[in-house]
Design a protein around this ligand. Structure first.
Ligand code: ADP
Ligand code: ASP
Ligand code: MG
Length: 466
């Protein structure tokens, strides 16, 4: 059963609130001109009352670099200068920068203070507070750009409503509390204004800033849409929808007009970066339609992700997830014994590691872990402590440099000929691991990272361009 079909939907009819939540990613708010294009999209649709923004392109990466241990003062200063330069380029183009300039300067000096504080104590709470500053800047700017275009828009601190646990770097949202807080604090504002708020960011019950993991702004938009019972979530990015594969990898990839929640969830889980993997969950719970389109070319349309779609092809897309780690666990204890897997998974769970693919033999278990799913600051998944704990009951071998390729579609496990078609393409590649059958929606293979792009192109050509 797939991620989504295993969930119970809480509503039987789609919402009819007349509300759309729109999210704009990093490239869409990269600079003043990009923000202007996005403002036009919002103004064209009066239903859009909540806008979720990412940090301007590159800013979160620079903030992550700023959190790394061992930065010299010069390195930290250079990074802060780069962040400031992105912000000042936007500021310079505002008609009335006065009040906004003061706000941005306050955020920039907060960044400098937090960076100094991190040199004294490595605190995950301080790291999250630092990482959240990119979204703080872009939300202030974006509300100002909207106001310059005549909209009544206000920047809103998402930490007032987006309550999470305290697992810094990959915090877990608390759905019911978010709904209560959003209904009380956000809903009343929407009648008179467009609210611009930060993606990726939350706060725990003590008010400490948390983050949802890299790419988490899509998830934020879906969570707010769920809390406010919105009709639709729009994810505005730099491509005109979800394609049959990443168009940067395969130029012949084509946009998909309509796709089911199940297929989209599988695509996001298996690496289609255009959507954060958790985005679909709130949408499914409230049956909220999700639209993905390009803020650079909204007229091109995009992809609608819906509960029910008119066609369910066997082959929908191919996805690629790089940076996979393969853990090979060998133990003679497994031979005719019980409990080895339970013990292994309990250890991984204690270290908050989620497993993606798994295959077993009589005395071996091979499982893949996803580095891209690690926390916001890109901290490695495999700590020494975890490896030592695992080594107490088995021999552990770690392989890096692998990539996961997934064929996504419908009835894959019950359609004759799928494996033949996929494996004929793979004739000249080394396939390190194969997983199929758990979900009707995917067939996954693990290949060498260096060959992954060619594997994707070859599969795409065979399945979609023939
Ligand atoms: P944003 O900053 O707007 O959140 P992202 O970079 O996170 O944007 O996601 C958009 C990118 O996702 C695209 O530029 C594209 O390269 C990549 N991508 C990967 N797989 C797909 C796919 N199947 N369809 C469209 N885009 C994809
Ligand atoms: N700014 C964050 C990141 O770069 C969140 C996002 O863009 O979705 O990961
Ligand atoms: Mg993204």
């Amino acid at each position: 059963m797939s991620l989504v079909s295993s969930l119970q939907t809480t509503s039987t009819v789609p919402n009819q609130s007349g509300l759309t939540v729109a999210k704009f990613g990093g490239t869409s708010v990269a600079d003043f001109d990009a923000m202007q294009r996005c403002a036009d999209i919002i103004i064209a649709n009066p239903q859009t009352r909540v806008v979720v923004v990412s940090a301007s392109s590159g800013v979160t990466n620079q903030l992550v670099a700023l959190t790394q241990e061992g930065n010299s003062s010069e390195q930290s200063k250079a990074l802060i200068k780069q962040i400031a330069s992105i912000q000042y380029q936007i500021l310079d183009k505002l008609q009335n920068p006065g009040e906004i300039a003061a706000k941005i300067d306050r955020i920039l000096s907060h960044i400098a203070t937090l960076s100094e504080r991190l040199k004294l104590t490595r605190s995950k709470a301080v790291i999250d507070e630092l990482l959240s500053q990119g979204e703080a800047c872009s939300s202030v700017f974006f509300a100002a750009v909207l106001r310059e275009k005549g909209a009544c828009a206000t920047a809103f601190d998402v930490r007032q409503v987006l309550r999470t646990d305290s697992h810094h770097g990959k915090a877990e949202p608390q759905i019911e509390t978010i709904a209560e807080l959003a209904q009380a604090q956000l809903q009343p504002l929407l009648a008179s204004q467009v609210i611009v708020t930060q993606g990726f960011v939350g706060a725990d019950s003590e008010g400490n800033t948390t983050t949802l993991g890299r790419g988490g702004s899509d998830y934020s938009a879906a969570l707010l849409a769920e809390a406010l019972k919105a009709d639709a979530v729009e994810i505005w990015t730099d491509v005109a929808g979800i394609y049959t594969t990443d168009p940067r990898l395969a130029p012949n990839a084509s946009p998909i007009a309509e796709i089911s929640f199940n297929e989209a969830a599988e695509m996001a889980t298996f690496g289609a970066k255009v959507l954060h993997p958790a985005t679909i969950l709130p949408a499914v719970r409230q049956k909220i339609q999700v639209f993905v389109g390009s803020s650079w070319a909204p007229e091109q349309g995009g992809t609608w992700i819906r509960h029910k779609v008119s066609s369910e092809p066997v082959y929908r897309a191919v996805a690629l997830r790089r940076d996979q780690t393969l853990l090979n666990l060998h133990s003679l204890q497994m031979l005719h014994a019980q409990g080895f897997l339970a013990e292994t998974f309990a250890t991984l769970a204690r270290h908050k590691i989620s497993v993606d693919l798994i295959t077993t033999s009589e005395v071996n278990v091979a499982l893949t872990l996803d580095k891209t799913g690690s926390d916001s600051s890109g901290q490695g998944l495999l700590s020494e402590a975890l490896l030592q704990e695992l080594s107490q009951h088995c021999r552990v071998r770690v392989e890096d440099g692998l990539a996961l390729v997934a064929v996504i579609g419908n009835n894959i496990a019950s359609t004759a000929g799928v494996c033949r078609r996929v494996f004929e393409v793979l004739e000249s590649y080394n396939v390190r691991m194969i997983c199929q059958g758990a979900s009707p929606h995917n067939l996954c293979i693990l290949v060498d990272e260096a060959e992954a792009g060619n594997v994707i192109r070859a599969l795409h050509e065979n399945l979609f361009e023939a």
